[in-house]
Ligand binder design. Sequence first.
Ligand code: CIR
Length: 264
Amino acid sequence: MTSSATEFSHAITRLPSQSVTAGLRASDEGNPDAAKFSADHELYIAALRATGAEVAVLPALETYPDSCFVEDAALCLPQGAILMRPGAPSRLGEATEIAPALKEFYSDVRAIEDGHIEGGDILVTEREILVGLSARTDAAGVANLRNLVADWNWTVRELQTPPDVLHFKTDCGLLDADTVLATSRLAQSGCFNGYRVIEVADGEEACANCVRFNDVVLFPAGFPKTASLLRREGYTLAELPNEQAALIDGGMSCLSLRFTPDKK
Ligand code: CIR
């Protein structure tokens, strides 16, 4: 089934900085290795390109250790792009940094000006935009987003990111127009009623953050039970190393913005 929420011609990524070793994290299990992080990032870009996408690779920003996680700085929709207002103070400036790249592809680029909201808390499906309130995303940010997308005919549904979970999409990813991969704790909240939900295997919660990009699901390596389940369901997986990004709470979706430009 084709879906505007899973089929894209372009992606934007940003090279990891050397300062990625100082990336934010909820619990410290050691710093990522910058060289290994870069090697993993190259594989991620190659996987995007293998789907046929044109991938813009922006230069590293040393002043922003988390800036390779471009998803948090903007939201890309078919009608235009929205600059986010990250709730992490050290990440606030990343929205301004990504603006020029978005303006190359979109004629309509808007900006959140009230409250805070990070792209990792937003799941766009074909029919609606789901946003989880979290330590990074507040009600004022969600209300501002709702206003900004109203004339594009999007409905925004405000939900709750589970406690102690960084982002809403830490716990879920869209697999196709009607299907979501989710952790049991998020699925049980009922927020995906009306969708088909596939739950990750017990103990494999960290693979819920996957990305469907054209015919492929970008999926973190090391979660064999859920990977087999998804293959049995007919999905094609590109399994990618994610250990370095995981040390600073990053996953598959955070590393790209996925879209089809409105400028030709
Ligand atoms: C942060 O805490 O902001 C980064 N270390 C990780 C961001 C991950 N982004 C995402 O899940 N969308």
